[in-house]
Ligand binder design. Structure first.
Ligand code: S1T
Ligand code: MG
Length: 547
């Protein structure tokens, strides 16, 4: 069969539902083949960073592969940042790039779009993906596609395929189905036995869930495990929004000194902290009051399980969860977990200026009236504000922290799932990728975007208040929204916020942009605690002055 036919069949078999992309002359045969094949809808966006964010978010919401197709050089290098973010945050993004054919490579001329060398792009992607391959040999292409796509599935990391434009039509073998993940049953049994024993002997066991629980489609199984163990469940910062569709609701999100003190105590005082699929990153743990005592931590991540100071090197998360389920029994020593956090509600719809927590209140009230929505958020105080929104599905760059994710991610989620998305984005990040909203009419989607306008890069301003470069001024974003084919609302007070949100959620067929002019200097409670915690930490370890 032809390469594109085999490739799209293999992508579908591994959970891909569509392709996001921008063509170029080196990728026109690829795009023509994808469209002719028709297996996977192709959605084009305006800029390759957005293509990567949209495909990444699609993967996060579907627990399948997210697929991005780009041209060589100008397109490929443009999607590097989104790929690095997907690597950091364990998202199975498949980047497919066109490339010069044999004739161009042999011309002796420098090829347009090329980097320093013709294989520079391959070399860059080899560094930021779990696997990569150049598909130019019909004898090996099918096996290479399987190897690379299975790596994306098994590692939940991005991968890269490069297809020279004169190879798109080559005939190759069918790509074999996903290879099963080899599991050492004995190691899994030993590991699950030891973990269960530690949990059973603990007085205050706690379960923290992280992104791998979603990536490997394990939320229902982990919820069943929590139910059988009767163990309190929290999410990591990155894991916010996990378990929403299950019988077990997390009691909150661990944010260390920046979070709810009851949740922080629950985690930091635990004598058996089971971290399932949690990224041990600074944004998940940097503001912990005391460094976690590794003797009390069990950490399952990247197919390894660390129990205190020893490691089981090859125990996939799914195998561990099933092993624990076989041995699960109600834990005796469980203290009463704190009552689930009561989210801010009851916005006073008056003429007072809007603060970030007012936005959380208004959204919680709106979700109560209209039902919850899948959310995406960008970097900035909008993400910290999301911590005050009742637990609902969320995709956000909480660890890699690359701006520009929010709007394209919201577009990607609605195109991949058919579900209207609520997007939270700051004015700085909106200026990076907000223009992607121009494509909503053509793409037939209608996300609701809440733009937190604090006229600057507030996340930087709180640490560097004197710096003039953090001020961005303000624009009439609502007018821009209307010019782009959506509805725009300028919101200066809490009454207008409530009215605009109700209007936006009941208007379909056009994207909705709520331009919230925030009260100057107002930040979310979480960001305020985060800043205070960071300042205390810096006072404890003063920056080393340059010699
Ligand atoms: N460029 C990119 C692509 N990502 C980044 N994270 C940064 C630069 C640095 C940066 C932050 S937070 C931030 C910047 C520029 C300001 C964000 O401004 P806005 O979207 O308006 O949100 P808010 O005003 O709520 O802060 C990270 C932390 O280093
Ligand atoms: Mg801002």
């Amino acid at each position: 069969m032809r390469l594109v036919e085999a490739l799209t069949a293999a992508l579908r078999e591994r959970g891909a539902g569509c392709i996001f992309g921008i063509p170029g002359d080196f990728a026109l045969p690829l795009f023509d083949g994808l469209v002719a094949q028709g297996d996977l809808p192709v959605h084009t966006l305006a800029h390759e960073p957005s293509v990567g964010f949209a495909a990444d978010a699609a993967a996060r919401y579907t627990s399948g592969l997210g697929v991005a197709a780009v041209t060589y050089g100008a397109g490929g290098f443009n999607i590097v940042n989104a790929t690095a973010g997907a690597y950091a945050e364990k998202s199975p993004l498949v980047v497919i790039s066109g490339a010069p054919g044999e004739a161009e490579c042999a011309s002796g001329l420098l090829v347009h779009h090329q980097g320093p060398r013709l294989d520079s792009q391959m070399r860059v992607f080899a560094e930021i993906t779990a696997a990569s391959a150049r598909l130019d040999d019909p004898r090996t292409a099918a096996a290479e596609i399987r190897r690379v796509l299975d790596a994306a599935l098994h590692d939940a990391r991005p991968v890269y395929l490069e297809i020279p434009r004169d190879r798109v039509g080559m005939r190759i073998g069918r790509v074999p189905p996903p290879a099963p993940l080899g599991v050492d049953e004995e190691a899994v049994a030993d590991c699950a036995e030891e973990v269960m024993d530690r949990l059973a002997r603990a007085r205050r066991p706690v379960l923290m869930v992280g992104v791998e629980v979603r990536r490997y489609g394990l939320e229902a199984r982990v919820a069943e495990l929590a139910r059988r163990l009767r163990i309190p469940v929290v999410t990591s910062f990155m894991g916010r929004g996990l378990m929403t569709g299950t019988q077990v609701q997390p009691v909150g999100t661990y944010l260390g000194l920046a979070g709810d003190p009851r949740i922080s105590r629950l985690v930091e005082e635990s004598d058996a902290l089971l971290l399932l699929g949690v990224i041990l990153s600074d944004t998940n743990f940097a503001v912990s009051a005391g460094r976690l005592d590794l003797r009390r931590v069990i950490h399952a991540f990247d197919r390894r399980v660390r129990v205190a100071h020893h490691i089981y090197p090859e125990v996939p998360l799914m195998a561990l969860v099933e092993g624990l389920l076989e041995r699960a029994r109600p834990l005796e020593g469980v203290g009463m977990a704190p009552l689930p956090v009561d989210w801010p509600r009851g916005l006073v719809a008056d003429e007072e200026p809007v603060t970030p927590v007012d936005i959380a209140r208004a959204i919680n009230d709106a979700f109560a009236r209209h039902g919850p929505m899948p959310m995406t958020a960008d970097v900035g105080d909008c993400l910290f504000t999301a911590m005050d929104i009742a637990h609902t599905e969320l995709a956000a760059p909480g660890y890699y922290a690359g701006m520009g994710f929010g709007v394209p991610a919201g577009i990607g989620v609605q195109l991949a799932t058919g579900r209207r998305t609520l997007v939270l984005v700051g004015d700085g990040a909106f200026q990076m990728t907000g223009m992607e909203l121009a494509g909503c009419g053509r793409l037939g989607i209608d996300p609701v975007v809440v733009l937190f306008d604090n006229a600057g890069w507030e996340m930087l301003r709180v640490f560097d208040p004197e710096a003039p470069f953090n001020d961005l001024g303000s624009m009439d974003w609502a007018a821009l929204a209307r010019a782009l084919g959506g509805d725009g609302y300028t919101i200066r007070c809490r009454r207008e916020l409530r009215e605009a949100l109700d209007a936006a959620l009941t208007t379909r067929g056009r994207f909705q942009l709520l331009h919230v002019r925030l009260k100057p200097g107002a930040i979310s409670p979480t960001l305020a605690r985060f800043v205070e915690a960071q300042k205390r930490a810096r006072r404890r370890r003063p920056e080393r002055r340059a010699a």
